[in-house]
Design a protein around this ligand. Structure first.
Ligand SMILES: Nc1ncnc2c1ncn2[C@@H]1O[C@H](COP(=O)(O)OP(=O)(O)OP(=O)(O)O)[C@@H](O)[C@H]1O
Ligand SMILES: [Mg+2]
Length: 294
């Protein structure tokens, strides 16, 4: 296998006296689609910030393309979780995409014509031509995500980090953004690490999963990780994995502390007649007992 585009080795992050991440280990191969799954507060954004060098790691190390990250590392593209834009900000979608290039090519002059062509190529790649001239703050959530993905892609990263790009999107837009990221991964060979608290929309496209709970991580294929034994070990108590009409429901604990991964989505969005909109069934009984992590 070619060298990992990202290796996270024994990562520990402590914030305000609390161990937010503890011994997190996983790696991402070039062109691989990885889902980073965890409940609110599990540490997903903290992990992204550590990978980007915005959050100091107390323990362990992070390698990008086999080397420690430096200021010059340009193989990472980032779509942040929080991106609030004033509707009146005079910045069109295409302007924001172009800024992705400017931000990366610090000090380098990019030929204006070349830049215009690149912006057009990115807008086409994410299907954003129709609203490229609208002010970004006035775009819908799904449209903004497309622009932000193009912004992150224009500098040609080898790994795209997308922090909860599906949050606040309806089921249809969420499916479209997942399909777009999967296509970017497949056709452009860009590895993707996407965080979400709901696993079901990602099941059909994920090569691997990094599941965060209690600051620790389990990683592997979905079949290796989404299993009662693996998740029970991770949570430190019994966890059930239930297949509800082709959608996975992870029930971690009971009573007021219950952590129901996927529960809301399963209940809200399962189609009439029990059909699953995006598929992605896992039968833990049928999956082989294999090692987790690499
Ligand atoms: N700068 C900070 N100061 C204090 N606590 C912080 C800080 N940054 C993160 N935390 C805490 O670390 C934990 C993990 O936060 P993080 O934002 O990484 O979670 P998350 O998985 O991204 O959650 P969400 O799904 O809500 O976005 C939370 O309990 C949060 O309150
Ligand atoms: Mg977050």
């Amino acid at each position: 296998m070619s060298e990992a585009v990202l290796s996270v080795e024994g990562l520990g992050v402590r914030i305000a006296g609390r161990q937010v991440l503890d011994g997190v280990d996983f790696s991402i191969a070039p062109g691989e689609f990885t889902g980073l799954i965890g409940a609110n507060g599990a540490g997903k954004t903290t992990l992204f910030r550590a990978i980007l060098g915005l959050q100091a790691a107390g323990q362990g190390r992070i390698l990008v393309d086999g080397r420690p990250r430096t200021r010059r590392t340009d193989s990472l593209g980032y779509v942040p979780q929080k991106f609030l834009l004033d509707p009146d900000l005079p910045l069109r979608g295409r302007d924001l995409v172009g800024l992705g290039l400017d931000a990366r090519k610090l000090g380098f002059t990019v030929n204006r014509r070349r830049k215009r062509d690149l912006v057009e190529e990115m807008l086409a790649a994410v299907g954003a031509e129709a609203f490229a001239d609208t002010r970004v703050g006035r775009l819908s959530g799904g449209e903004q995500q497309r622009i932000l993905i193009a912004h992150a892609l224009i500098s040609g990263p080898r790994l795209l980090l997308a922090d909860e790009p599906l949050a606040n999107l309806d089921l249809r837009s969420s499916g479209e953004v997942v399909a777009l990221l999967a296509r970017v991964c497949r056709e452009r060979g860009v590895a993707v690490l996407i965080s979400a608290h709901e696993i079901n929309p990602l099941l059909p496209v994920m090569d691997r999963i990094v599941y965060l709970a209690g600051g620790r991580a389990a990683s592997g294929t979905s079949e290796e990780v989404i299993r009662p034994d693996v998740l029970s070990r991770l949570y430190g108590h019994h966890v059930d994995v239930i297949d509800v009409h082709g959608r996975v429901l992870i029930v971690a604990g009971a009573g007021p502390d219950a952590d129901l991964q996927g529960c809301e989505e399963t209940v809200d969005h399962t189609l009439p007649g029990g059909a699953s909109d995006l598929g992605g069934s896992i039968d833990p009984e049928k999956s082989e007992a294999r090692g987790v992590g690499r």
